[in-house]
Write a protein that binds this ligand. Sequence first.
Ligand code: PRP
Ligand code: XAN
Length: 193
Amino acid sequence: MQSLVDAIREQGVILPGGFLKVDGLVNHQLLPGLTREMGVRFAELFAPLKPTKVLTIEVSGIAPAISTAMELNVPMVYARKKKPLTMKEPAFTASSVSRTKGGAVDLFISSEFLGPDDRVIVIDDFLASGGTLRALTGMIELSGATLLGLGCVVEKQFESGRDNLADLGVPIHTLANIVRMSEQDGIEVEVGR
Ligand SMILES: O=P(O)(O)OC[C@H]1O[C@H](OP(=O)(O)OP(=O)(O)O)[C@H](O)[C@@H]1O
Ligand SMILES: O=c1[nH]c(=O)c2nc[nH]c2[nH]1
């Protein structure tokens, strides 16, 4: 998605520890036009698989996921990082690591909203090590739903998430790919794959 690549070139900031800050478009402020285009692109890529549900994780996955779900006209469900008292048992759970806040987080999805009849695509903001997507796909498996594919707005190729998730055997689509980045050479970003 060229408009996303351009925005990352314009606004992306490299932080220590190999983090890319794109708070002005993905992780804090959201731009309606760009977010809508993300949904349109993911919908084009995944519509042929006939998904019935989009799954993501709070908080930064929600915007691209709802944009995609609106295009596909299917419900969107997000895994919660704290179990609310309104959540009916049984709930599917998994453990993940928050990359930007540090530490392990427990994830919860109610069995009310994910089950064997669902054909699911997972949408998130970043594909780095792939640990978060691995946790989400584990919950899909627990629910008996069918995983169709994975989509992320920004891929950090140098963290090998795509390779780490290859055993799932589903298509992985990203909208912008960070090939490498360093404080000396800047951000090398290309259209996703
Ligand atoms: O591929 P991985 O190595 O798992 O990294 C990607 C994950 O890291 C971030 O989550 P985080 O909890 O840090 O942030 P958020 O609360 O903004 O979603 C991001 O939103 C992805 O979910
Ligand atoms: O804002 C972010 N920047 C990153 O580089 C990153 N990697 C995983 N999750 C991330 N979130």
